[in-house]
Unconditional design. Sequence first.
Length: 305
Amino acid sequence: MRPLRDMDTIQIEITNACVHDCSNCTRFCGHIKKPFMMTLPTFKAAVDSMEGFPHMVGIMGGEPLLHPHFKELCEYALSKIPRSKLGLWTALPKGYEHYSDLICATFGNIFINNHSRPDIYHAPILIGIEDLVANREDMWYPIDKCWIQNSWSASINPNGAFFCEVAAAMSILFEEPSYGWKVEKGWWKRIPKDYTAQCEKFCPMCGLAAPLHRRPSIDGYDDISQKNYDRLKGKSRKLSKCIISTGQLTDAPEQMAAYKDINYREAIAESYGIALYPTELGFLEPRKGSPRKSLYSKYLADYSS
């Protein structure tokens, strides 16, 4: 596992409300009975806590544009963090095009995915690795090598700060708020030995460390192990669309990164009048302008009709 300061991004999760209900969502948006909207004081504390962090600070959901105070959150973030170090994770949903100028003014990096492609796959998070490994002690090696913690982000949500964004989302889903760290300056200086309590609580319930077959995000169903199904009774509104499973191990899990296709992302950005430009770090910067016509535009038009 990585020290948090080595991550290229730490996320601030401002809501788990979303316009989509994707299969095996990493934020469990379809399961949540009452989505949260991060309060402005909590958001300010989160932004302030990132002082000195050397890399990007992300604003993420759910769908961040659904937050009723999105403008105020953007203004505060930009007052504390340079635009070049702010990132937005969004689907750019219909009906929020009026945020186009604000997005371009606030964020030097944008990560777009509206999950409309059939070749975007989500791993079965809720098939806990605890149900896949006969000897519980044997699961800790793959957990230590988990690709999520080693390539994605730590995050902050209303339950506090977490070493892993999926662990953070699980704390909301399973109603376990006590495991979050206090959001204070320097919390992100923690190293793997400091993750023990969070890791022991949430990693066994998660399937991402195991090489399991994945499901198209537009499929509509979630995969879940029996233990997690039982844990979520009374806490989830999506159990009727869950498939109880022990998972299927594979040497070649389906690729998840089709959403990084530049044509796909440009076509979505075009609906907001946003053009995408590569940054020195290999990300994409949003700017107001006339995007080039994407080869994917016709696909998106056909899909939404």
